[in-house]
Design a protein around this ligand. Structure first.
Ligand code: HEM
Length: 400
């Protein structure tokens, strides 16, 4: 059985070997029990069928407070940003998701195509003369954060501050100690969001933030202030921490699979299946967020006791040979592709249509405008970001 040291789940060593460790876990102990330094038990679910079952299982709930559990100690400040849909179960989840659902439908998102293309071109214009860039800092990070900031009406210039706050949440393994450390950063983030909300209360604009403030002001239990702050927090974090990795992991996969890249360059009509395959092959969200057993739950031969944390490893499920033949190979024309990179069930990614569009435009534009794109450093030197939740390189130096 592979040795899984839970402290190291987010370490560079674990990240570098994650896929081979997952393959052994799927074969030898598909639902694996591990313990965090603070004593919290985590169950890693690694097989495709078990992951699908877990994501649909109503006994695995998101709202830990409903089970009387404390996730972040007595950190009240953090709780002000935690009352969002991804931490809720129906019916609260249903109510919160319905408020923003319309803004993220494929039809509405399609209306952003022209603007996203302009942003992609603008970012490449800035680096074109240099002949090299860090694909993350210069392209994969700014693109999605500019898009979500513009939708919400958050100043685009604040993107580096938002990134630092967001990094505090997403980096590392969420132990109690880590949560106490990030408390201060989260208080700043909360105050920042609150100030924008107060500004919109005084002077509404034509943006999603004003629309959300309007829903809050309507009262009738539709959206309280904590839920409003948490919603903006979730959209800002989920709206960029993920797509940045789709673009970066996607480009890296293409650079290391020249024949597939050439196929896509020669036939851009492959772009849709290509994005699905890139999402599967190196999934931007490596593990789904924590789920909590409401009662003892049997899964994949293990019994998960009431109150324990279940971590559905999407990145492992998507490499499981049960899902599709030759999962270790990159096949941009793969169809069907039933990957679960966007999760499944009621929490299925709200931003999936937007992420797909951003991915198609970002990668398509890059291949078209920079046909000589190449890695500037040896592949082995690329570090994967230390995070339990997301998966993507820290930096990706390229020349073109
Ligand atoms: C490639 C990019 C993306 C990937 C791989 C991704 C992945 C995911 C996954 C796996 C979940 C479910 C997590 C769980 O069940 O624990 C999720 C939920 C969510 N995502 Fe995304 N996401 C992406 C982009 C976006 C974007 C651009 C937005 C824009 C706002 C977004 C907003 C959300 C929200 C609000 C939820 C919570 C939905 C709910 O609880 O009902 N995501 N995402």
């Amino acid at each position: 059985m592979p040795k899984i040291d839970p402290v190291n789940l987010a370490s560079p060593e674990f990240k570098a070997n994650a896929y081979s460790i997952y393959a052994r876990l799927r074969a030898e102990e598909p639902v694996h029990r591990t313990t965090l330094p603070d004593g919290r038990v985590l169950w890693l679910v690694t097989r495709y069928e078990d992951c699908v079952a877990a994501l649909k299982d109503e006994r695995l709930v998101k709202d830990w407070t409903s089970l009387g559990l404390e996730l972040f100690g007595a950190d009240n400040e953090r709780m002000q940003l935690e009352r969002h849909m991804l931490n809720m179960d129906p019916p609260t989840h249903t109510r919160l998701r319905a408020i923003v659902n319309k803004a993220f439908t494929p039809r509405l998102v399609e209306g952003l195509r022209g603007r996203i293309q302009t942003i992609a071109d603008g970012l490449l214009d800035e680096v074109q003369g240099r002949g090299e860039m860090d694909l993350i800092a210069d392209y994969a990070f700014p693109l999605p954060i500019i898009v979500i900031a513009e939708m919400l009406g958050v100043p685009v210039e604040d993107r580096y501050r938002i990134r630092a706050w967001s990094d505090a949440v997403v980096g590392g393994v969420p132990t109690r100690e880590k949560m106490e450390r990030v408390g201060t950063r989260l208080k700043e983030f909360k105050d920042y969001i609150l100030a924008m909300v107060e500004e919109r209360r005084r002077a509404p604009r034509e943006d999603l933030l004003s629309a959300l403030v309007h829903v809050e002001e309507e009262g009738a239990g539709k959206l309280d202030e904590k839920e409003l702050l948490s919603m903006v927090f979730l959209l800002l974090v989920a709206g960029h921490e993920t797509t940045v990795n789709l673009i970066a992991n996607g480009v890296l996969a293409l650079l290391t699979h020249p024949a597939e890249r050439e196929k896509l360059r020669a036939d851009p009509s492959l772009m849709k299946t290509a994005i699905e395959e890139l999402l599967r092959y190196d999934s931007p969200v490596e593990t789904a967020t924590f789920r909590f057993a409401r009662e003892d739950v049997e899964l994949g031969g293990a019994v998960i006791p009431k109150g324990d944390v279940v971590v559905v490893v999407l990145g492992s499920a998507n490499r499981d040979p049960e899902l599709t033949p030759s999962t270790e190979a990159l096949d941009l024309a793969r169809e069907p592709n039933r990957h679960i990179a966007f999760g499944l069930g009621v929490h299925y990614c709200l931003g999936a249509p937007l992420a797909r569009l951003e991915g198609q435009i970002a990668i398509g534009t890059l291949l078209r405008r920079m046909p000589a794109l190449a890695l500037k450093v040896p592949l082995e030197s690329i570090q994967i970001r230390p995070s339990l939740l997301v998966r993507g390189p820290v930096a990706l130096p390229v020349s073109f």
